[in-house]
Design a protein around this ligand. Structure first.
Ligand code: KG4
Ligand code: ZN
Length: 350
């Protein structure tokens, strides 16, 4: 390592979706976290267009690395290791980040770690709240995933205890926002609008909560359909749609199920440390309901600040730093980007 004696300086690259993120981390310290987003280019399509995302990563990659270096006051020659999202995500987008990471690794003569984006959403909290107690139970809620994970070791031992059987929580927020005529991404829009609505005004269904349903799995597609039907009926009857009430009631249904199942998972697994991560963890109602339910159940809850919940490079650097600290071998230069990388695979394979 170049920083002799000190902890290695890790540069993390995130390009799994529409954010080009570059973070620099040393141990648990955050030195830089720069983001270039192509979200505005996707807004008119109502969702991320993979080809547009990949091209935007290509033009943002080098400038975003330069900004992160400038922010931290470091030169490329100060970087000890590269960490990069190898999956899951949009494959064209992932290929831009992994190709850049391999090029930096080769040019600088430093190791590269191809890492799992989902584990990185958990690892980022180490920057904010220090070492992760293990085991920890994690609720991972993003645009592509909604899972309950048991983290025995962030570098080697992650097991999914439950997952969505259809839409991810963030996807449900985005789709419901779209049908309510709100902007993209829909999560922050619904979060804001819900503040002025009544969460108890409409009793939307709580998916997979029947006695014979899988207790730790999620389903949000029925809820999305229920919201669509409710809005349609209003419109057919010529009545105004109370958008803030619909947003608040929808959000309440999602957050109620997410928190209830997560607390149940903690109890069943006998784990009293809980971490919530991923873009939906920025949701204000999820944060307050999770805090009160965790407290009532005697569970210690950690959540990164909202800015670290959504995709960023610091989370990828944070996971790389953990892998190095635990003596993991770097990836070979021929490691592959995998759009459907499973959560129990922390490091990419060749
Ligand atoms: O983790 P993330 O940035 O990207 C993925 O890995 O998917 O998550 C993005 C998702 C989007 O669906 C977005 O609508 C949702 O997170 N999101 C939110 C909020 N902020 C972002 N959902 C609800 N409330 C929010 N405040
Ligand atoms: Zn993510």
């Amino acid at each position: 390592m170049r920083s002799s004696g000190a902890l290695p300086i890790v540069l993390g690259i995130e390009t799994s979706c529409d954010e080009t993120g570059v973070g620099i981390v040393q141990g648990g310290d955050l030195l830089a976290n720069e983001i270039a987003s192509s979200v505005d280019e996707h807004a008119r399509f109502g969702g991320v267009v993979p080809e547009i995302a990949a091209r935007a990563h290509l033009s943002a990659m080098v400038p975003t690395v330069a900004r992160a270096l400038a922010k931290s006051g470091l030169a490329l020659s100060d970087i000890d290791a590269i960490s990069v999202t190898a999956g899951p995500g949009l494959v064209g987008a992932l290929l831009v980040g992994t190709s850049a990471a391999k090029a930096y690794s080769l040019a600088l003569g430093i190791p590269v770690y191809g890492v799992n984006h989902l584990a990185a959403h958990v690892a980022v909290d180490i920057i904010e709240h220090g070492p992760l107690p293990e085991p920890t139970l994690a609720l991972l809620v993003s645009g592509g995933h909604s899972s309950i994970l048991q983290i025995n070791d962030i570098a080697t031992d992650i097991t999914a205890l439950g997952a969505t059987i259809d839409d991810a929580a963030g996807e449900a927020f985005d789709k419901v926002a779209r049908l309510l005529g709100l902007g993209f991404p829909g999560g922050p829009e619904i979060d804001r609008l819900a503040n002025s609505g009544d969460p108890a005004s409409i009793g939307f269904p709580r998916g997979l909560t029947g006695p014979r349903d899988a207790p730790l799995d999620f389903s949000f597609s029925g809820l999305k359909t229920a919201v669509a039907r409710w809005v349609e009926q209003r419109q057919k009857a010529g009545e105004p749609v109370p958008v803030a009430d619909v947003a608040a009631s929808f959000q309440e249904a999602v957050v109620d199920v997410l928190t209830a199942k997560t607390i149940r998972a903690c109890r069943e697994a006998g784990i009293d440390n809980l971490q919530i991560g991923g873009g939906v963890a920025a949701n204000s109602r999820l944060r307050t309901m999770a805090a009160s339910r965790a407290q009532a159940a005697g569970i210690r809850l950690r959540m990164p600040r909202p800015g670290l919940c959504t995709d960023n490079g610091a989370m990828v650097a944070a996971l790389g730093a953990q892998l190095i600290a635990r003596g993991a071998s770097p990836s070979r230069l021929d490691f592959v980007a995998t759009s459907s990388m499973l959560v129990d695979q922390v490091l990419a394979s060749s």
